[in-house]
Structures are given as structure tokens and as C-alpha cells.
Design a protein around this ligand. Structure first.
Ligand SMILES: NC(=O)C1=CN([C@@H]2O[C@H](COP(=O)(O)OP(=O)(O)OC[C@H]3O[C@@H](n4cnc5c(N)ncnc54)[C@H](O)[C@@H]3O)[C@@H](O)[C@H]2O)C=CC1
Ligand SMILES: O=C(CO)COP(=O)(O)O
Length: 314
């Protein structure tokens, strides 16, 4: 049995994909009454939960799972683990971001709360709606323990959910966290009417910034160039499906945005701006997004801050 924590868009989509491929899945959520009654999530309209997905609000029902996928927003992960009493041998983070409290990624947050568990990360370019519809996707499964990583790769892959493996957990989680920040900035550029050429420039400079920080934190450049970094950056900066992109576009257009929608890049921009300051690193795209999110700068000043940077070698 595979456990999934978090009955939002991504957790439910993963539960559906694994169940369609024959796994028994237990999907935990804090308020699952409507989901259990309708067997269809409001976040994934038209997708019926297969029979072999059991929905539960009791965390003890996940005991004995071969692996538990943690599909909560990044900023909720540490608090959840501190209070939930979850016991599992293998915990797979499915969230993308940097924790504002500890300035670490999900793997360190899980390891601190559950020191005896094997920790892994599932990340890469994939919209929940695509996974739930059974469209083909390729993701990265990162685990520092190579044997456990291989075991999880086989446990969680399906014919349409292809998993590539890496032991570079830092690289995989930083790629997934930082691309959301760049996607907000790409949305700002489009929302402000600056055009596709400016977006391509922003994505490229944003990627350079992602790689710089990740390398300084011990990640490998190849990981950033893979699915979890470059792949997810392209998807998120260019698709209307992305919440981070749409949030940025609303900021750029001076429009409102539903505050209940999960936009991981907003808190992560603030966390990464602090991390960069601590390390004396220059991350202009992240700094601009963090300042915009905090309301510390207006849109024209934000755009000007990027355009007026000193001319230098690429
Ligand atoms: N939706 C997508 O296409 C993808 C999402 N992800 C990542 O998955 C993570 C979750 O995102 P989504 O499922 O899309 O968000 P969502 O907003 O659809 O769902 C989040 C779920 O977490 C629950 N939750 C929030 N705080 C909680 C807490 N303190 N305790 C227990 N449950 C809590 C909410 O009730 C909700 O069911 C994010 O880090 C996101 O970046 C990754 C790949 C694709
Ligand atoms: O991570 C994602 C795609 O890989 C989902 O992106 P959004 O959170 O921006 O919707």
C-alpha cells in the first residue's frame, strides 16, 4: 500500500495515477468528507477516483505503507510533521519550495522531524491535471541512498509517469523551488506587456541565478539542467496552467489574485532572498519577486531594477 498525505490537486492526481496502475493507495486529507462522498476532487474536475483509492482522515491508516508521499504546500510541511504523529519507513516529499522558518528544502524538514525514515523527493515538470488525465509525464525521483532511490523509482513509476533517478537531492529540490520564483517573474513580464523576448531573457538570467545558488549549496550542474530544474522552469514559465505564472501575470497587470490558491514561489522568493543575503549572493530576479510580493517595491521600480543593472559579461 502507498500512502499519500494531502488531498489537494497534486496528492489526488498522484493517488489516481498510482491506483490506475494497480497499486492500493490510501489518500489522507484533513477535510475529505466531500471527496469521499463524490469520489471526485473539485480541483480535478471530471476525474473519478479509482476503487483502489481509500480516502481517510485518520493518519494511523497510513501505518504500514511501503512509502508515504507528502503532497502539502511547503510552508505547511514542518508544522504538519510536528503534530501529525505520522510513522513511515519511507517519506517522499512532493512539494516544491524553501521553508521560511529553517531556510531549508523539504528533505531537511522531513529529516529533522522523522530522523529514522528514508527521505526522498519527487519533483519535475508535471501539472496535476495532466497526471490525473493519464497524459505522459517524466519526473525526477531524488534520494541520497541510491538503493532506496532505485526501490522507490520502481515502486512509484507507471507506464505514463516515468521516473528518472538521482542521488542529488539538493539539486532536485532547489531546481523545483527556484523555478517557481522565476515563473512569477516571467508572469510579471508578460502581465506588464513586455513581450516574449523579455520573458526569454528573464528565464535565461533566472536560470543562471538558480544554478549559482544551487552550486553554492552543493548541487550538481547536471541536475539543474535536467527535468527538475530546466525542464520544470520551461513548463512553469510558459504555461497558462501554472499558478505561479498566473500569479505573476496578475501582479504585472495590476490585477487581483485569489489568495486561497497555492503559489509556492511567493514564500520561497522571500526565503531564498534571505538565504542569498546570508551568503552574500546577488540574486536580482529573486530579490525583485520577493520585494514585489512583500509590497516593498512597485511594479515600475521592479522592472527598472532589472533593466538598469550594470552591463557585464554573460
Ligand atoms: N498542482 C500541481 O500541478 C503540482 C503541485 N506540486 C506541488 O505539490 C505541493 C502541493 O500543491 P497542490 O496539491 O497543487 O496544492 P493544493 O492547494 O491543491 O492542495 C494543498 C492541500 O494541502 C492541504 N493542506 C494545506 N495545509 C495543510 C496543513 N497544515 N495540514 C494538512 N493539510 C494541509 C490543503 O487542505 C490541500 O488539500 C506544492 O508544493 C506544489 O508545488 C508539484 C507538482 C505539480
Ligand atoms: O510545479 C508545477 C509544474 O511542474 C506546478 O506549477 P504551479 O504550482 O505553478 O501550478
Amino acid at each position: 500500500m502507498i500512502g499519500v498525505v494531502g488531498a489537494g490537486a497534486f496528492g489526488t492526481a498522484l493517488a489516481v495515477a498510482l491506483a490506475r496502475d494497480g497499486r492500493a493507495v490510501r489518500l489522507w486529507g484533513r477535510d475529505v468528507t466531500a471527496l469521499a462522498a463524490r469520489r471526485e476532487s473539485a480541483r480535478l474536475a471530471g476525474v473519478r477516483l479509482p476503487e483502489n483509492v481509500t480516502i481517510t482522515a485518520e493518519i494511523a491508516d497510513l501505518r504500514g505503507a511501503e512509502a508515504v508521499l507528502l503532497s502539502l504546500p511547503m510552508q505547511a510541511l514542518g508544522g504538519f510533521l510536528a503534530h501529525a504523529g505520522l510513522q513511515a519507513e519511507r517519506l517522499v516529499a512532493c512539494c516544491k519550495g524553501v521553508d521560511l522558518r529553517t531556510l531549508t528544502g523539504p528533505a531537511a524538514v522531513i529529516a529533522a522531524a522523522c530522523p529514522d525514515a528514508t527521505v526522498a523527493l519527487l519533483t519535475g515538470p508535471s501539472f496535476a491535471a495532466d497526471i490525473a488525465r493519464g497524459l505522459p509525464t517524466a519526473l525526477t525521483l531524488a534520494c541520497a541512498d541510491e538503493a532506496e532511490g532505485e526501490r522507490l523509482q520502481h515502486l512509484l513509476a507507471t507506464p505514463v509517469l516515468r521516473l528518472y533517478r538521482t542521488a542529488d537531492v539538493a539539486g532536485a529540490e532547489l531546481g523545483g523551488a527556484l523555478k517557481n520564483v522565476v515563473a512569477i517573474a516571467a508572469g510579471v513580464v508578460i502581465g506588464a506587456g513586455l513581450g516574449d523576448s523579455a520573458r526569454a531573457a528573464l528565464m535565461t538570467r533566472g536560470y543562471a541565478e538558480m544554478v549559482r545558488l544551487a552550486l553554492s549549496l552543493g548541487a550538481r550542474a547536471e541536475t539543474l539542467a535536467g527535468l527538475s530544474g530546466f525542464g520544470d522552469l520551461v513548463l512553469t514559465c510558459t504555461s497558462e496552467q501554472s499558478r505561479n505564472f498566473r500569479f505573476g501575470r496578475a501582479l504585472g497587470a495590476g490585477a487581483g489574485f485569489d489568495p486561497t490558491v497555492t503559489v509556492e514561489g511567493a514564500a520561497t522568493a522571500r526565503a531564498v532572498a534571505r538565504l542569498a543575503a546570508e551568503r552574500g549572493m546577488d540574486m536580482p530576479v529573486t530579490a525583485m519577486v520577493a520585494a514585489l510580493v512583500d509590497g516593498g517595491i512597485d511594479l515600475s521600480a521592479a522592472i527598472q531594477s532589472l533593466l538598469s543593472r550594470p552591463l557585464k559579461a554573460e
